[in-house]
Design a protein around this ligand. Sequence first.
Ligand code: HEM
Length: 480
Amino acid sequence: MDFYTQLFLYLSILYISLYLLFLVFRKKPSVPNLPPGKKGWPIIGESLAFVGAAKSGCPEKFINDRTAKYSPEVFRTSLLGEDMAVFCGASGNKFLFSGQNKYITTWWPTSMKKVAIFPETMEKFNKDDPKKMRSFLPEFLKPEALQCYIPIMDSMTKDHLESDWSPYEEVKVFPLTKNYTFALACRLFMNIKDPKIVSKFADPFARIAPGLTSVPINIPGTPFNKAVEGGKVIRQELLNIIRQRKQEISEGKDANARDLLSRLLTEADDDGSVYYEMDTSNKIIGLLIASHDTTSTTITVIVNYLASLPHIYEKVYEEQMEIAKSKAPGELLNWDDIQKMKYSWNVACESMRLTPPAQGSFREAITDFTFAGFTIPKGWKTFWTVYTTHKNPKYFPDPEKFDPSRFEGNGPAPFTYVPFGGGPRMCPGKEYARLEILIFMHNLVTKFKLEKVDRDEKIIYNPSPVPSNGLLIRLQPLNQ
Ligand code: HEM
């Protein structure tokens, strides 16, 4: 018997034994009136059904099946080894978004904590990390700072399309947008301009995302193990960069650099310790993770819609050409131009409604509390998800139709359109993402007409939405 067969055998015996113990010793719940639903299998709970629905391209199926069977307001399940209450509909979203530190608090799955936020060496220094993570962001993401990023984003987008799209008749969009958004983040977060250093980060970084929501088994070959190893490489590279930047700052070099790392090193309270450096590198890694898959998949999915729906492309093209015509040759986009891209943003919003880049997020109950007549016990995890509202005909009539006019006027009802979450924990990178997406759309549609090569290519969820074959697009260059 080879090693893996033996391992499989031992794990199966262990699993069956644990299950039998569970059946023998399971107690009746001590808290009455729990939300309806089921826990599924021991340890893995209903995780397989949850992941399976996403992989088959229909992540909302897991939610819809259960809201129909149990309750449209809240149901119980077990995901990632935890008892979990899934809050549904606009009222469920509202309740969770307004409950921070009253009845719920931040919670990250173990895999995410270990890979991205609390590597083992940092665990005792980072108990308060989510709060710290948010506290340094306003400076970097405030409107004045964002305005300075527009010309950088615009010129990097132009260079990217010129070098990586223009020479070809057909391109695979997803790998290209991943490279582009990563290079942009390296530039704006760390002032890294050299493509060789960017690619040193890109390879280990690509190993992190699939491990973030995986089962945290750290043996060679598992997605979790690959993510942990990728995280170590990135952390080491970042520490080198941090030390080099500290040296440059002390020598007064590049004094006007506006990237996040330079700000953290010049404005924060650096006590010179290795833990301060580790903490800084963790913040950067956290931000790279939060921003990268979300923006790269959003842009890819928008390109997919633009290439599939010529009437939508035409209207985006008209809006963007108006802006392009108003510019002098070589003049870069500015804040006022972005405010004129209203139709394009409605298209991006409709794209994020139908194919949301992030599924939702978790919290933990800090006390027993009641919602819709059901009790959520202290210690349970909660989950809000875009899938209970984004395709619900009650909030979005004819939900499968791509219709950007839904965002005109007052737009969707409160707490129904939630790709960035809501309340005090709402995504702090929303405006940054809006700029990046609109600047990309402007440069893309004013440069090319687009045609999807395989019209039947599907979007699958991993857990972010990705085209199953990378999205091959035929480009028709436009005379500008
Ligand atoms: C289309 C792009 C993006 C989408 C759809 C998105 C979506 C989300 C969602 C759903 C959350 C969870 C909110 C919650 O827990 O209730 C979140 C959190 C977060 N996002 Fe984004 N995001 C995007 C881009 C970005 C960017 C570009 C950045 C940084 C520049 C960023 C930084 C963060 C951070 C730091 C958090 C954690 C906030 C906290 O824990 O309090 N995101 N995002």
